[in-house]
Write a protein that binds this ligand. Structure first.
Ligand SMILES: [Zn+2]
Length: 90
C-alpha cells in the first residue's frame, strides 16, 4: 500500500498554505511538500495541490506532473478559507 493524494487531508494542506509567511503572495510548492515530507512523497502532495486548485480551494499553477522550475505560487481562495474555518470550530 502506498499513500495516495486522498490520504492527505485537504484542510491540512489549505492550512499549511494559509499559515505560511508567503500566503499573500504565493507559497512555493516545495515548502508545502516539505511540510508533509514525513508522511507523503512530493508526487502525492503535488497531486493533492492539483486537485485542490481544480476544486477551487487553492489558486496556483497546478501542473499534473513535472513542475520543473515553477514554484506554483499557491494561495488560499475564499472557498478554501471557508472550508478550513468550518473545521476550526473546536
Ligand atoms: Zn507553473
Amino acid at each position: 500500500m502506498s499513500v495516495q493524494a486522498k490520504d492527505l487531508s485537504a484542510e491540512d494542506v489549505i492550512r499549511v498554505v494559509g499559515d505560511h509567511p508567503d500566503a499573500a503572495t504565493g507559497v512555493a510548492r516545495w515548502d508545502i511538500e516539505g511540510a508533509f515530507s514525513a508522511g507523503f512523497p512530493p508526487r502525492v502532495v503535488n497531486a493533492k495541490l492539483v486537485r485542490l486548485v481544480r476544486q477551487g480551494y487553492l489558486d496556483g499553477c497546478a501542473h499534473s506532473r513535472g513542475f520543473q522550475g515553477c514554484d506554483g505560487g499557491f494561495t488560499v481562495t475564499p472557498k478554501g478559507k471557508a472550508r478550513t474555518e468550518v473545521c476550526d470550530g473546536e
